[in-house]
Design a binder for this molecule. Structure first.
Ligand SMILES: CC(C)(COP(=O)(O)OP(=O)(O)OC[C@H]1O[C@@H](n2cnc3c(N)ncnc32)[C@H](O)[C@@H]1OP(=O)(O)O)[C@@H](O)C(=O)NCCC(=O)NCCS
Length: 200
């Protein structure tokens, strides 16, 4: 995981006045990640690719970070209350694309935390060479859609009746994308303009 322009941990003030600490996930978070993921209701866990209620899956999640551009946790009162990651394929024609995954614990939902975490993920993407970020949301997940849209993601495609919810009903899968290449181009232009000897 590489970061060039963010310094963690950061204390974030939510609109209701509570503060949370946002920092990078480390291997020593494993027991608290297990606790966090096991506290999630099935309908919130269901969208994750892996069954994180299983401790061995979390064991791998905190260790196998090669494809993670950034893995963040939010913490309050010594507990992990949210997890947010952005990862990319390590080779092939989609190396420039990152995928965001985000889950906020129920007691902390609807307090602006998803937007805080997404802001950090989006900011980190261009510095890691990503040009496009995508997020998958099951149809009907209004909160996830709104949080992504608030951070500049656009609904790009709908795969009809592609995923099953916890009740076994088939739902649409919405693919959201956010093209951050313009940010990357601006950074490259800034670097090109920069001359260390200018003004001497
Ligand atoms: C989706 C999720 C991450 C949102 O987290 P959150 O911290 O509650 O989101 P925020 O409080 O930052 O809200 C973001 C926006 O969505 C809206 N929102 C959040 N939950 C909502 C809901 N259930 N219904 C309607 N709107 C909702 C908020 O009002 C806010 O909109 P605004 O910008 O107009 O004020 C959280 O509900 C979650 O973890 N869900 C389960 C996992 C999941 O679906 N992850 C998404 C995969 S990318």
């Amino acid at each position: 995981m590489t970061l060039e322009h963010e310094n963690f941990p950061q204390t974030e003030l939510l609109p209701d006045g509570r503060s949370v600490v946002v920092r990078e996930m480390t291997i020593s978070d494993e027991p608290r990640m297990v606790e966090f993921f096991q506290s999630l209701p099935l309908e919130d866990r269901n969208f994750l690719r892996n069954d994180v209620s299983k401790p061995d899956v979390v064991h791998r999640f905190v260790r196998e970070t090669e494809d993670l551009v950034l893995a963040l946790v939010a913490e309050a009162n010594g507990r992990i209350i949210a997890s947010a990651t952005i990862e990319r394929g390590l080779y092939g024609w989609t190396r420039h694309i990152g995928e965001v995954r985000l889950v906020v614990g129920r007691p902390w939902q609807r307090h602006g935390l998803a937007k805080v975490l997404l802001r950090h993920l989006v900011r980190a993407a261009p510095g890691a060479g990503l040009e496009l970020i995508k997020g998958y949301v099951a149809g009907g997940k209004v909160g996830a859609q709104k949080a992504l849209e608030a951070m500049g993601f656009k609904k790009e495609a709908i795969l009809r009746r592609h995923v099953k919810d916890v009740a076994g009903r088939r739902r649409d899968l919405l693919i959201y994308t956010n093209d951050v290449s313009h940010i990357w181009e601006k950074m490259e232009a800034l670097n090109a303009d920069f001359s260390p000897t200018q003004g001497e």
